[in-house]
Design a protein around this ligand. Structure first.
Ligand SMILES: NC(=O)c1ccc[n+]([C@@H]2O[C@H](COP(=O)([O-])OP(=O)(O)OC[C@H]3O[C@@H](n4cnc5c(N)ncnc54)[C@H](OP(=O)(O)O)[C@@H]3O)[C@@H](O)[C@H]2O)c1
Length: 221
C-alpha cells in the first residue's frame, strides 16, 4: 500500500487530498496545526493525523523525528495562507515563511523518506498567481511573491532531486471553493483534487519540474 503525506489537511484542498487517497486505499498521513480540532479529518477512516505547524521550527523537527525513516511515496505540500492585501512587513515575512520557506525545507527534510519509497514523488500546491508571466492585474503582492518564490525553489528541487529518482511537480489547483478561494470560486474541491491527482499520477522524472494546473495544462512561469 503506497503512503502519502499531505500538510494543512484539516480543511479545504488538503482535506480532500486526504479523503481521495484514503478512499483509494493509500496509507495517508495528514497534518493539522490543531489535530484535536480537525474533526472532519479524523472522521475519515484510516487516516493518521499528525500535528504540524509549518511556521514553527520545533513543530517541524518533532514531526520529522517522529516520522523516522518511514518511506513516503508522495509528499503533497498543501498548507498555505493568502496573507494581507496590504504591504505589511510582518505579514509578508510570515507568508513567505509558510508558503515558500517551509515547503522547501520540509521537502529537503523528507527527501530520504521519499527516496526510500516506490513512487518517489513530491508536489507543492502553489498558485497561478505566482506566475509572473500571467500577472496582468497586479495586486496581491504578498501572496504572488510567496508563490513565485516557492515556484523558483521547487524548480531547483526538481533538478536537484532527480539523482535520487524523485519527480517533482508544481501545481495550480484552480480557483477552488474553500475558505481561501471563497464561495464564488469556479470549481469544488473534488474537481480540483481529482484533476491534481491525475497530474500526479502522470508525473515522471521525464516531466519533473513543470508548473501544471489541475486540468493538466502547463502554466508559464
Ligand atoms: N482555494 C483556491 O482557490 C486556491 C487557488 C490557488 C492556490 N491555492 C493553494 O492551495 C492550498 C490550499 O488552500 P485552500 O484553498 O485549501 O485554503 P484553506 O481552506 O484556507 O486551508 C489552508 C490550510 O493550510 C493550513 N495552514 C495555514 N497555515 C499553516 C501553518 N502555519 N502550518 C500548517 N498548516 C497551515 C490551514 O490550517 P488551519 O486550519 O490551522 O489554519 C489549512 O489547513 C494553499 O497553498 C493555497 O495557496 C488555493
Amino acid at each position: 500500500m503506497p503512503a502519502m503525506l499531505v500538510t494543512g489537511a484539516n480543511r479545504g484542498i488538503g482535506l480532500e487530498f486526504a479523503r481521495q487517497y484514503a478512499a483509494d486505499g493509500w496509507s495517508v498521513i495528514a497534518t493539522a496545526r490543531k489535530p484535536e480540532a480537525a474533526t472532519e479529518l479524523t472522521a475519515i477512516g484510516g487516516v493518521e493525523v499528525k500535528q504540524l505547524d509549518v511556521a514553527d521550527a520545533d513543530s517541524i523537527d518533532a514531526f520529522v523525528a517522529a516520522l523516522g525513516d518511514r518511506p513516503i511515496d508522495l509528499f503533497v505540500n498543501n498548507a498555505g495562507v493568502y496573507g494581507s492585501r496590504d504591504l505589511d512587513r510582518e505579514d509578508w515575512l510570515k507568508t513567505l515563511e509558510i508558503n515558500s520557506v517551509a515547503p522547501t525545507l520540509l521537502a529537503a527534510r523528507l527527501k530520504p523518506n521519499v527516496a526510500a519509497s516506490e513512487h518517489k514523488k513530491m508536489a507543492v500546491i502553489t498558485s497561478k498567481m505566482g506566475s509572473i508571466a500571467d500577472n496582468g492585474r497586479g495586486g496581491a503582492i504578498i501572496y504572488r511573491s510567496s508563490k513565485a518564490a516557492v515556484n523558483a525553489a521547487w524548480k531547483s528541487l526538481a533538478i536537484d532531486f532527480a539523482d535520487a529518482g524523485i519527480a517533482v511537480v508544481i501545481l495550480h489547483p484552480g480557483w477552488v471553493q474553500t475558505d481561501m478561494g471563497g464561495p464564488n470560486a469556479l470549481i469544488d474541491v473534488e474537481t480540483s483534487v481529482s484533476g491534481l491527482r491525475a497530474v500526479i499520477d502522470a508525473l515522471s522524472l521525464q516531466t519533473s519540474g513543470r508548473f501544471t494546473a489541475y486540468d493538466g495544462s502547463e502554466i508559464p512561469w
